[in-house]
Ligand binder design. Structure first.
Ligand code: ZN
Length: 336
């Protein structure tokens, strides 16, 4: 974790590391099958500064709730917190054209503005968006270097963002920026993206659907925003969409997502698994009608861990704060 900014620098303790566990003998960089291991959590105070319209569900309190939950002694000891770095221009421009990056920067510098009916910025959105995207780049590098799985408690989210269009609360496509950073390494040729947010990751699909080095699996409610994600949308054979109606038994969503992951990885072993980890598929979310409970993220995470490759999960949606706390905690616990 070279180049990390100093930890514990904030008065409010965002980055105060919890007590470290003693090292476990014999645990090396390839020990992803091993028992409990450190989970890295990336966050940044700047991600609290981005706000859209009053009352918008994608709000700073989401991150505050996650921080509080992960500070609980029952989970905190297995975590190491890191300040998310800013993504560089080069890292962003692997995914987004320069004019679009400039537009987000300039709009924020001018005090913010409306980008889409659901998506706007304020003067602090640029700083937040750079940290949200940079978190993924850094977490992927660390995970691929054997330092452990990671969860990114950042916002704005990313999976609806297209190359040159913000939409659905998303400015930069954080998960694709991270995937591109991974594939820029000499030692990575296959990246799996699993999107368990209740909405289709239309931006992610659009950005990867012509690249067989990335396979994309998305479970989402249908019909629902953004209106893409039909099962017949297959990209170059690298896209698996699992559209489902609301109100089904939660186990059926889990089963069908894992079946699609199984198809996507048949004869194709990923070297890295990125998760667009929304928690708006949980029962009671104000924006959707799926029925997952926190325990289902344990099952999903454990099954993805069985691949024995690094896992990096990035926060997407999830708008009921109690659900968000429970879902994130369960996921992080399963990662360690
Ligand atoms: Zn969502």
């Amino acid at each position: 974790m070279e180049n990390d900014e100093p930890r514990g620098a904030n008065d409010d303790g965002w980055y105060q590391d919890p007590p470290r566990r003693a090292p476990v003998a014999g645990r090396g960089p390839l020990a992803y099958h091993a028992g409990a291991m450190t989970v890295h959590v990336f966050a940044h105070e700047a991600c609290l500064g981005h706000e859209m319209t009053p009352g918008h569900p994608e709000r700073p309190a989401r991150l505050t709730a996650i921080r509080e939950e992960l500070a609980d002694p029952g989970v905190a000891a297995g975590l190491v917190w890191h300040q998310a770095p800013e993504a560089s221009r080069a890292e962003l421009e692997r995914v987004h054209p320069a004019f679009y990056v400039d537009h987000i920067r300039d709009l924020s510098a001018a005090g913010g503005g409306v980008l889409d009916p659901d998506t706007s910025t304020n003067s602090r959105s640029w700083a937040a968006a750079l940290r949200a995207a940079g978190a993924g780049v850094r977490a992927v590098a660390a995970a691929l270097d054997g330092e452990g799985n990671a969860f990114l408690a950042v916002r704005p989210p990313g999976h609806h963002a297209l190359a040159s269009h913000a939409m659905g609360f998303c400015l930069f496509n954080n998960v694709v920026v991270a995937a591109r950073a991974a594939l820029a390494r000499d030692d990575v040729e296959r990246v799996l993206i699993v999107d368990w947010d209740v909405h289709h990751g239309n931006g992610t699909q659009a950005l990867v659907e012509r690249d067989p080095a990335i396979r994309f699996v998305s479970l989402h409610q249908w019909p629902l925003y953004p209106g893409t994600g039909r099962a017949g949308e297959r990209g170059v054979g690298n896209v698996w969409n699992v559209p489902r109606p609301p109100g089904l038994a939660p186990g059926s969503y889990v089963r069908d997502l894992l079946a699609a992951v199984g198809e996507a990885t048949s004869g194709w072993r990923p070297q890295l698994i990125l998760i667009s980890a929304g928690f708006d598929a949980m029962r009671g979310d104000p924006l959707a009608g799926f029925t997952l409970e926190a325990g289902h993220y344990l099952e999903l995470s454990q099954r993805l861990r069985e691949f024995g490759v690094p896992l990096v999960a990035m926060l997407e949606g999830g708008y009921d704060l109690a659900n968000l706390r429970a879902g994130v905690r369960t996921t992080v616990e399963a990662f360690g």
